[in-house]
Design a protein. Structure first.
Length: 455
């Protein structure tokens, strides 16, 4: 006989209690008690464990999943590691309004050509979803796309079993709840219980499940973070509301690389793929204006050229201000300190603003040199030549340090028509240097700026 009841378990120390307590009596943590379903089997003996899995020889296990469902949205597919893996659970996190529902509806629409797809929404009505489909498609919808507006897991599970789809989208995991827990929808215990049941369903039926997870303000409590270890793949959709670009980044993937990034643009009819992000990001660039430098960064295995803008202006009173948009603030402070101490630029009475064009965020130190070049160009009011790109990390002594994957970066710069690239001193064999490209190797930031910013 199987019996289940709800217990409250401290997430810090594991202490169990019959009712919810504001403070754990054992470890003293506040608000750490979370409801969990406890199932007890009566008459359990050693026999209850017998008929489960058997050990298998490693050699007998089939490797390499060749049965991925091809996904015609290439930018999405590359982030997943090539197609959708049947039986996997993929979580897509992101701020509200960033485009998660739109992107997953587009996924549902293109996959409905290959089998039936079930799109379950707990956030929008059928009519709202239909309107969104019309906005994306401008025409008829595929026959095999099924919609369900439902939040109860007890209704969702039979619907999945009845439709036997290849892919299920659940928008969102925070609105889904099971009646077996008396916690409210969106609480840690509901989110975790529902996700792990869906994981079990996915594994047993082979359906691929996409879950939408909102990132909540309170440091992602009850958001994607508590689910990361339950699901197979975690993707984040990033971007800001002032720009149309969206980056789909994978942070965990049991079936592929976690370095890939997909680039999209939110358009009038849904998310459009951006197959040549560098070109797009450089499209509005004004050549010959002081304070603009091109950095060659890497997003996963893909090189990306971005414009970095620097602006300096005399501080009117008090401390000089430093503002970083899209680059790490501490790295900016470091670069400014190196420019003052090692290059001799006078920045102590200047406000410094740095901005990455297109709303991108760069976390790589490889963009240091471009940031330094943009600031120097603004201070001296001299434009950098339009055909030069920069690669390199700046060290504390003003030395230029090498960064990974320089050949890939050089080839992207050359493809986009750049003629000169400033890089650190590294050995690059001649066949990895694009022919049309002049590679300027320098030891230090001072040398790099002297080479390029000659007045
Ligand atoms: P949505 O997918 O609802 O975001 P999320 O599910 O992450 O909360 O996207 C909402 C925004 O996208 C909304 O502000 C409208 C905009 N949008 C477009 O610009 N173009 C479109 O074709 C669609 C469908 C939405
Ligand atoms: Mg949504």
């Amino acid at each position: 006989m199987v019996k289940s009841k709800t217990e409250y378990v401290c997430q810090q120390c594991g202490r169990r209690a019959a009712k919810a307590l504001g403070r754990c009596p054992q470890c003293g943590a506040w608000n750490s008690m979370v409801a969990e379903i406890v199932t007890t089997k009566r008459g359990r003996g050693p026999s209850a464990m017998v008929e489960t899995s058997q050990p298998m020889r490693l050699m007998e296990i089939e490797g390499e999943d060749t049965d991925r469902i091809p996904l015609p949205i290439h930018e999405f597919s590359r982030v997943l590691g090539g197609g959708v893996v049947p039986g996997s659970v993929v979580l897509i996190g992101g701020d509200p309004g960033i485009g998660k529902s739109t992107l997953l509806l587009q996924l549902a629409l293109v996959l409905a050509d290959q089998g039936s797809v079930l799109y379950i929404s707990g956030e929008e009505s059928e009519r709202q979803i239909k309107n969104r489909v019309l906005r994306i498609l401008h025409g008829g919808a595929p026959d095999d796309l099924y919609l369900l507006t439902e939040t109860s897991l007890e209704a969702i599970t039979p619907a999945i079993e009845r439709t036997s789809p290849i892919v299920v989208v659940i928008d969102s995991i925070q609105t889904t709840h099971t009646s077996e827990l008396d916690a409210s929808a969106g609480s840690i215990s509901q989110v975790r219980e529902c996700a792990s049941r869906l994981q079990t369903l996915a594994k047993s039926s082979g359906v691929a499940v996409f879950l939408v997870g909102h990132v909540t303000k309170e440091g992602a409590i009850a958001g994607p973070k508590v689910l990361e270890h339950i699901v197979d793949t975690v993707l984040y959709l990033e971007g800001d509301s002032f720009h149309a670009y969206r980056l789909l980044r994978s942070v965990k993937n049991r079936f592929g690389p976690t370095t890939e990034v997909g680039v999209f643009e939110m358009g009038a009819s849904g998310m459009e793929e951006v197959p040549n992000p560098s070109e797009t990001f450089l499209a509005e660039r004004v050549v010959d204006s002081p304070g603009s430098a091109i950095a060659v960064t890497m997003e996963g295995t893909r090189p990306l050229l971005v414009e970095i803008q620097g602006l300096t202006s005399a501080t009117s009173f008090g401390h000089p201000r430093r503002t970083a948009n899209g680059v790490d603030f501490n790295r900016l402070l470091l670069t400014i300190a190196v420019l003052s101490r090692r290059v001799g630029l006078r920045l102590s009475d200047q406000d410094v603003f740095v901005n990455v064009v297109g709303g991108l965020r760069i976390s790589e130190p490889a963009a240091d040199l471009a940031v330094a070049a943009a600031i120097s160009s603004s201070v001296k009011d001299l434009p950098l030549p339009g055909d030069v790109a920069f690669i390199g990390e700046v060290g504390l002594s003003g030395e230029l340090r090498t960064v990974p994957q320089i050949p890939a970066r050089l080839s992207e710069a050359s493809k986009l028509g750049f003629q000169r690239v400033v890089i650190p001193q590294v050995d690059i064999s001649a066949d990895l240097r694009p022919e049309s490209l002049q590679v300027i190797q320098v030891r230090s930031l001072r040398e790099a700026l002297a080479e390029i910013l000659r007045s």
